[in-house]
Design a protein around this ligand. Structure first.
Ligand code: GDP
Ligand code: IMO
Ligand code: MG
Length: 421
């Protein structure tokens, strides 16, 4: 078996979409196993830019197959739009894209609750307001709808009516808009007609692919520190974004995974609220000034900071990262000096791991090593030796801190601005 899992090492937006696109060439099937359309994965092919939200980035490579696995949460209306958007740009999806019938559905009331909670809660998370948390909440609470429900019109209409009656009571208490079961039913049945040909039992499909010796690539969404268990809780997303999530989210055994890629930015970014020890506004100003680091899903300016070796080390352990893909090295090209956090000080204690309590993490002081910048463009580099010596030294430090080897370096957003080491 040749199965590869790819995860984000930081807080998402590491460049996973771009690296998935690069790795798709040597794989046959690309699978999303968690999260939903909160993700925004940017891929640039030639002069064209694509932003994928729920459909695996492998869809941009002809003849490759893609599965939206059981662990994802699917907004059917948004998925239809995404499919139609690809068709308009000449990308075929029929016979290539599969949707697991076990995946949970994001319902309109999940989006309303997500936005409503953000507006009223004491602790704001800064979610993408795509209804992700409330959908997973209903899944765990065993009151969710799954993709297979879309295929049984009569039963869906009845269950929906009953659920919307319950939901509307809660909406009334909160002062949120009331929903019409008939309207939701109509829009969902329209979407179901379009999605029907894509719906399948994702478990059988994936195991048949594995039996046929196909190479499977699992496309992580979000990043390690947004993981519901290992992230900076409560400032996290509602799924397991770490490598183990691919097993439960797609129905494959851990023994079937051969390689774990960790995608890491040469600096750090985060969107939304929560602790960020190495945050550095001046770096953010510089990157935003270059038109970089705006969210692919919400357009929000990402918070920016120095590379955090403490987080990278922890992420390496949790995910079992054996290969690193380092992106956005070119973002640091113009800097006189570049800082890297090697450990934290919490009071008088030296820490080489992030504390679990977000208040403690917030109180951690990053201890930096400062490197001289290479002050030359790296974007034309096409192999390791093309990089300036100082950039190579810097990348080696990131690799040492992360505890794994560099396999891929990315020096720009385009496909060809990527090379193996
Ligand atoms: P993802 O969510 O991990 O797939 O990452 P996003 O697509 O949200 O954000 C990554 C951003 O960085 C996108 O705009 C990419 O086009 C861009 N990108 C990826 N790798 C590189 C790189 O090496 N250099 C530059 N300049 N941009 C990159
Ligand atoms: P990709 O796959 C960056 C963040 C949100 C918020 C928190 C919870 O593109 O890397 P949610 O809507 O999931 O309940 O929001 O998680 N977040 C992301 N940040 N990249 C993402 O995805 C994200 N998906 C969610 O900003 O802080
Ligand atoms: Mg993104």
């Amino acid at each position: 078996m040749m199965n590869t899992v790819l995860v984000g090492v930081q807080w998402g937006d590491e460049g996973k979409g771009k690296i998935i696109d690069f790795l798709t060439e040597v794989n046959d099937v690309v699978v999303r196993s968690q999260g939903g359309n909160n993700a925004g994965h940017t891929v640039e092919v030639g002069e064209k830019q694509y932003i994928l939200h729920l459909i695996p980035s492998g869809i941009l490579t002809k003849a490759k197959k893609c599965l939206i696995g059981n662990g994802t949460v699917v907004d059917p209306l948004s998925l239809v739009q995404e499919i139609e958007g690809l068709h308009e740009r000449g990308i075929k999806t029929r016979g290539r894209l599969y949707l697991s019938d076990r995946a949970h559905l994001v319902m309109p009331y999940h989006r309303i609750a997500d936005a409503g909670n953000e507006a009223s809660k004491r602790v704001k998370i800064g979610t993408t307001k795509r209804g992700i948390g409330p959908t997973y909440q209903d899944k765990i609470n065993r009151v969710g709808f799954r993709v297979h429900d879309l295929l049984d019109k009569d039963s869906f209409a009845g269950k929906l009516k009953a659920r919307i009656r319950e939901v509307n009571k809660i909406h009334k208490q909160n002062g949120w808009e009331a929903l019409s079961a008939a309207k939701v039913n109509k829009s969902f049945m329209d979407a179901a007609e379009l999605l029907r040909p894509y719906i399948c039992d994702g478990i059988h499909l994936l195991h048949d692919f594995m039996d046929a010796k196909k190479r499977i690539l699992f496309e992580g969404a979000q990043g390690t520190f947004l993981d519901i268990d290992y992230g900076t809780y409560p400032f996290v997303t509602s799924s397991n974004t770490t490598s183990g999530g691919s097993c439960t989210g797609a129905g494959i055994p851990p023994t079937s995974i051969n390689t774990v890629y960790g995608v890491v930015k040469a600096y750090t970014t985060r969107v939304g609220e929560g602790p960020f020890p190495t945050e550095e506004d001046s770096l953010g100003d510089l990157l935003h000034g270059m038109g970089r680091e705006f969210g692919a899903t919400t357009g929000r300016a990402r918070r920016c900071g120095w590379f955090d070796g403490v987080l990278a080390r922890f992420s390496g352990r949790i995910n079992g990262v054996d290969k690193l893909a380092i992106t956005n090295i070119d973002g640091l090209d113009g800097l006189e000096e570049i800082k890297v956090c090697e450990y934290y000080k919490l009071g008088r204690k030296k820490l080489d791991y992030p504390p679990s309590n977000p208040e403690a993490l917030k109180a951690c002081k990053p201890i930096y090593t400062t490197f001289k910048g290479w002050k030359t463009s790296t974007s034309k580099a096409r192999e390791w030796k093309d990089l300036p010596l100082k950039a190579r030294q810097y990348l080696k430090v990131l690799s040492e801190l992360s505890g794994s080897k560099i396999d891929i370096v990315s020096v720009g957003p385009k496909r060809q601005e990527t090379f193996y080491v």
